[in-house]
Design a protein around this ligand. Structure first.
Ligand SMILES: [Zn+2]
Ligand SMILES: [Zn+2]
Length: 46
């Protein structure tokens, strides 16, 4: 019953910290945390 949850989930990870990304962050390639705390480092990826 819970498995229908997984179908839409792609395993995309942050290029900076490796954390699983939310749908919003998948478009960017890095997580929101890294955008906030390391914007200078992650901006080349975006
Ligand atoms: Zn990150
Ligand atoms: Zn980071």
């Amino acid at each position: 019953m819970l498995s229908q949850y997984k179908v839409a989930t792609a395993s995309v990870r942050c290029k900076h910290c490796g954390q699983d990304l939310s749908l919003i962050s998948q478009a960017l390639g890095v997580c929101v945390n890294c955008i906030r705390h390391d914007f200078a480092k992650v901006s080349p990826f975006i």
